[in-house]
Design a protein around this ligand. Structure first.
Ligand code: SAH
Ligand code: TYD
Ligand code: ZN
Length: 405
């Protein structure tokens, strides 16, 4: 039995997604023998209610020089992070010589705007390839995992921060105790941690089980974030629901007593309570929805194959590793995946070994159906691929339920 990474309480498993590879490790066709696999299963802590993976994948296996995910690959996300930077500058980086730190800055999609505004900043990211890209945009980056020691080093070398920001990164970090000790050392007395991650409320509502993969260790709620923060001397003082990546929440944490929580916190906590969001019965129902989605998707794809239809996929997302490996979708059901990321092209999808090709090959010729793995970017992708539907092609989506568009 595993124990909670936040409070050491007992975990109860509610969903087993089986044997899974590193979601962002795209092997070359001659490299498939060396793939790493682990058991992907999710549980709930009976003590603090935090939902988390049952098994932890070593961080160096996921975040390294060749980490292929580039945050700037979506125009919607570029705009989101530019707006976020302006918001942080206007609300938190307001004193003399403010200092902004970002955990998991990736290719600098957010900090580039902070740097352009002439504000002192530092990104922390262990993945050297994307960190170098951030540097090429004038962003200062330390290639490291953020944890207590890193935070103490930064505070000693550069002083304390007004705001530490993290997007789609805190949920990647099992060792939150170390992160909080680091925040305590790094933040000014009135400094805040602002972070956004996929919201369990949206995952349950949309049955978006593909948010569960090696890198996503935690599935936060306002309640679990508040509990975790309090253990470390912090209070949840604001929450904001965001539409990006299929539904996220942006949480703001301040030192206990430093700020008065905004009404939005009590409102979201009450909503979670009334829908029994992290209750065992809700999570069991979610798990049943996941199994139904798998069965319906496999039935649809095998039916299309029997009819001789050509099906490809769009977006070699980390999320899709879970879908492909859990549902048993390989090249015999989906012949290729199309993706803009050069480092994924010419490779195979992790575990499921579907060849990844550039988007240009999507139209050459168009398939009958395209499984939209990057469903969180549906609007952006469907608008640039309008010709596909105009020429009779159909999109397959699997969230909130399996449907064809
Ligand atoms: N913030 C970006 C990137 C998210 S991907 C966005 O929202 O698009 C997650 C990033 O976190 C990766 O670049 C990964 O290298 C980084 N990361 C993982 N563990 C980390 C840690 N302990 N400290 C800092 N960055 C980390
Ligand atoms: P994303 O859903 O953002 O994240 P994750 O990998 O964490 O699940 O990944 C989007 C993927 O889709 C990424 O590999 C880039 C690709 N993509 C396209 O090919 N075309 C597009 O227009 C967009 C927006 C993304
Ligand atoms: Zn716990």
């Amino acid at each position: 039995m595993s124990n909670c990474r936040v409070c050491a309480g007992p975990l109860t498993e509610f969903l087993d997604l089986g044997r899974q590879p590193n979601s962002d490790a795209f092997p070359r066709p001659d490299e498939t023998d060396g793939e790493f696999f682990f058991r992907l299963a999710v549980g709930r802590c009976g003590t603090c209610t935090t939902v988390q993976l049952m098994e932890e994948v070593p961080r160096e296996r996921m975040f390294h020089r060749d980490y292929p995910y580039h945050s700037s690959g979506s125009s919607v996300m570029r705009e989101h992070f530019e707006n976020t930077a302006h918001r942080l500058l206007a609300t938190e980086a307001t004193g003399p010589d403010p200092f902004v730190v970002e955990i998991g800055c990736n290719d600098g999609v957010m900090l580039a705007t902070v740097g352009e505004a002439g504000v002192r900043h530092l990104g922390v990211d262990p993945s050297q390839g994307v960190a170098d890209e951030a540097r090429s945009k004038g962003v200062r980056v330390r290639t490291a995992f953020f944890e207590e020691a890193t935070a103490r080093d930064i505070a000693a070398a550069e002083g304390r921060a007004d705001v530490v920001y993290a997007a789609n990164t805190l949920c990647h970090i099992p060792y939150l105790d170390s992160v909080f000790r680091g925040l305590d050392a790094l933040l000014k007395p009135d400094g805040v941690l602002v972070f956004e991650d996929p919201y369990l409320g949206d995952i349950v509502e949309r049955t978006s089980f593909d948010q569960i993969y090696d890198e996503h260790f935690y599935f936060f709620t306002a309640r679990s974030v508040r509990n975790t923060a309090r253990r470390h001397g912090f209070e949840l003082v604001d929450v904001l629901r965001l539409p990006v990546h299929g539904g996220e929440v942006r949480y703001t944490l301040a030192r206990l007593g430093a700020r008065v929580p905004k009404p939005a916190v009590a409102e979201l906590l009450a909503e979670e309570e009334s829908r029994a969001l992290a209750a065992p019965a809700t999570l069991e129902r979610f798990a049943a929805d996941v199994r139904r989605t798998r069965d319906e998707l496999v039935t649809l794809l095998t039916g299309l194959r029997a009819q001789g239809r050509r099906v490809v996929a769009y977006g070699a997302t980390a999320k899709s590793a879970t879908v492909a490996n859990y549902c048993g979708i390989g090249p015999e059901l989906v012949s290729s995946v199309h993706d803009t990321t050069p480092a994924k092209q010419g490779r195979l999808t992790p575990g499921s070994h579907i060849p990844v090709h550039p988007p240009e090959a999507f139209a050459d010729p168009y398939p009958d159906y395209a499984l939209l793995f990057a469903w969180n970017h549906a609007e952006e992708i469907m608008s640039k691929e309008q010709e596909f539907r105009a020429s009779g092609g159909k999109w397959i989506l699997y969230t909130p339920t399996v449907h064809v568009l």
